[in-house]
Ligand binder design. Sequence first.
Ligand SMILES: [Zn+2]
Length: 540
Amino acid sequence: MRKFLLAAAAASLAVPVTAQAPQPPKLLVVIAVDQFSADLYDEYRPSFTAGLARLSSGTVFHNGYQSHAATETCPGHSTILTGDHPARTGIIGNTWFDQSIGRPDKNVYCAEDETVPGTSSSAYKVSAKHLLVPTLGELMKRQWPGSRSVAVSGKDRAAVMMGGHNPDQRWYWTGTRFDTDLGIAVPPVVAKVNALAAAGLATNRPPLEPTPLCQSKAREIAVEGGGRPVGTGAFARRAGDQAGCRASPEFDGATLALAAALVDSMQLGRRASPDLLAISLSATDYVGHTYGTEGEEMCLNLTELDREIGDFLQVLDSRGLDYEVVLTADHGGKDIPERQRLAGVADAARVDPALSASVMGKALVARLGLPDSPGLLGDSSFGDMYIDKRLRAPEREALLKAAVEAYRAHPQVEAVFNARQIADTPYPTTPPETWSLIQRVRASYYAPRSGDFFVILKKDITPIAHTERAVATHGSVWDYDRRVPILFWRNGMSGTTVEHSAETTDILPTLASTIGLPVTPGSVDGHCLADVPGAQCAAH
Ligand SMILES: [Zn+2]
């Protein structure tokens, strides 16, 4: 009785906690699963039993959107913790062309500093300088100088875009180890995870055990364009096979092991001010590119991902931490066209190689009788295209006109917009499923970096003509690449599946309101999601 009274007296002295204002979590964990489409999430959701099942028992937006046209890794990650579309983050693609820079390589990687002498877009100095807006971790540090911000990923660009400009630690895989651009010494915990990862890489891996669900998806499919058949893989690999390691669930296991080690070593979630841990899991993207999204490989990968996330959450539980998790994706994805046709998608096809920027540019330069020039600069057969600035103004004008006409005339092309049309389009503010094609392009258009025109391929055209390396990809304006899950979970949150759309730009204002971090209304593109318990949207 005496004990009870003491407890009651102590409670009466405590700050009253109302149902409307629960204690905010001490640790925010934001997980991006690279290339995790809402289509895949919906397909596998009933099969999850571990971490992804737990996160699905919170507030689920399965109609989440990476709303913009350039559905690539760098732009997608740039939206998740900034609240802004790529038009405002400045991250319009994984790469773009800047013909004004001094170095011979005019291609610029999104997460590099191209002013460092001796660098190129493939041998670069990692940097966050292209990201034009602050991340959640930066805003938290401004409000609470003691807040910690940590980013971990399989890819440097993902860690850079989620960590932003001043994280305490940022680690990403470089092929053989996790490294950082921050110039800090490798702490013992990172060295330990690196040693384990190196030992794993140096070991032959037997195939994963088949499961009944995944065996039902095992069917060998031949792909066009010189690639190996896919559909029945189980991630057996030889010692030292870096690409095989990356395109398998062991890759995410290593990333999550590092994240868990940093929670302990940095004592995340244990101070007065809240901390942020951003994790991007890259294996699903490499599995999708290497094998497509509907075979035994993706099934085994997602089964392992579910388990690995579950193990990671159990580590957080075992430390007694009060944390909230958001899980989403940087973009969706789509299966190989050969298997899609078997599944009834009659128009699924690979792109005509004549549409690639280099082939088209060369053909147009010859046709117009222009001086020696590639004509067009572009990474692929769609998206941002640039006119060679070394041509004279009348030549550039003639080439732009001819290129837009030639792309528009091709049966695999849906639409072509020039930069003026895109710039003149009002910034979209309605729900993302209502956006026109040019509004999607507008949301990832930033004049100083974007192309002279933008090409959109027809739905179900896979922009990979030759499949020696990747067999499937993403990057389109279509919803299979735009629609992603957005899951919020905290202990005690009741399960709700929300049908209305949400955007990945809504994550920052929602989490900010949850931890009492002021965000000026209208200062970011996203909106606080009132469906999420704990979000104090009315206050913002
Ligand atoms: Zn990606």
